[in-house]
Design a protein around this ligand. Sequence first.
Ligand code: AMP
Ligand code: MG
Length: 273
Amino acid sequence: MRAALAVAPGPVSLAGYDPSARPLAPTGKDGRLRNDVETMRGLHDRLWAEATAGGKRSIVLVMQGIDTAGKGGVAKHVAGTINPIAMQYTGFKKPTEEELAQDFLWRIRKRLPVPGVIGVFDRSHYEDVLVVRVHELVPESVWEARYDIINEFEAELVANGTTVLKCFLNLSYDTQRKRLLARLDNPDKHWKFNEADLEERARWDDYQVAFSAMLERCNTPHAPWYVVPSDDKKYRNWAVGELLFETLQELDPHFPRPPLDVPALKARLAPPH
Ligand code: AMP
Ligand code: MG
């Protein structure tokens, strides 16, 4: 899956990525998109157990994408495939006054997963080269410098044992329209409807440029980007699940084997007299 969805090095134009594609999706009678949840949980259990014995490894799943692309939906799906006590979800909102007074990575660092944990980032430090760039919330020289700062930050994470798995949920303009309409048509979804999403939609082309720049300039060997076609929700969830599965498999965690004196311990568990 990683090979199929990885961004090719060099110039990136999102126009070249089809949001309705379904690379590697099984077809025919067995065409169900199902992650191997049992194996994934087992791998995550091992990663968590390893951390209790001093292991330093963790994973951070970074999700970016336009409103309605499904960042929350993927988070829910992923939560069902891993060990919930070792998962930490963070949705990054408009920064607070306190956060704005700090470096843009300050609030990100505070939410980094500790060893054994899978951190799920619904938005991330990339907002600082996306919404911030599109709305010119800081001068160009400031956001321009951030691509390199982010690359260095992620290199530091990787050097400290955190795998950075970055997924861009790629949605088409037309599918976003349908999803926003669906929210209006269903009173139970009105709480999700945000008028500001329409203003962001009006800046679609600017966002495509900002997304492309992010995918091009922060696609590093230590923390590559994956573009996940997201017009089909089931495909999107499955594909991110597979990317996470492959990441866990590659980490190949093992249960720690502390040197227990098993016979001596068993003797102390002798039945009462
Ligand atoms: P949601 O993810 O739908 O709850 O919306 C969160 C909102 O916070 C979005 O409109 C984001 O663009 C905004 N946001 C997140 N991070 C930043 C940031 N660093 N600067 C400005 N706005 C942000
Ligand atoms: Mg929203």
